[in-house]
Write a protein that binds this ligand. Sequence first.
Ligand SMILES: [Zn+2]
Length: 186
Amino acid sequence: MKCDDRCQLCGFEGESVNHMLFTCHLPRKCWAISNIPSPRYDFSDQSIYENIAYLLKVIKDVRFDVEVNRSWLWILWYLWKNRNTFIFEGKLFEAEEITKKAKEEADVWFLAQQVQSGMDKMEAGVIEQGAHGNVQTIAKGCVLCEFDMDRSKGCGLMGAAWIVKDEKGRVLEHSRRAFSDVKSID
Ligand SMILES: [Zn+2]
């Protein structure tokens, strides 16, 4: 089958995955406005391995903001989706939309992991009971309800979970939920 192997965005001959994710003008702009630190000599136009290796290194660098850097995978993902949406549906998203969406989705993902880990801890019965580490006793015939929540600064997303245990600490019920547009946790 005869295919057009030019980049449909800029006309570059021999479109590659590396070009589409790093060196075409759209990904360049996305990386620039994402605030993820760029390589000193820019992303390589030869090696996608070098570029991914750079990102894997920079996200572990404690000098940079983890909440900014952690969206890198979602940026790659939305660049890829954007390229396909453009080719097959003729729709093209701006760099600002791509990075905003990537940041939001990354925040939602990490928030969900926090809620999950909070639930796991509760279910395993390892909730810290105050500074002295006392095991909380539940009066006979009563139940204990515990809850926890976490809110992502800036985007108004919140995850919350609760659990009810009987007097022997056995889990009776539990649930979790994500909330959006939370103005305040008061
Ligand atoms: Zn291009």
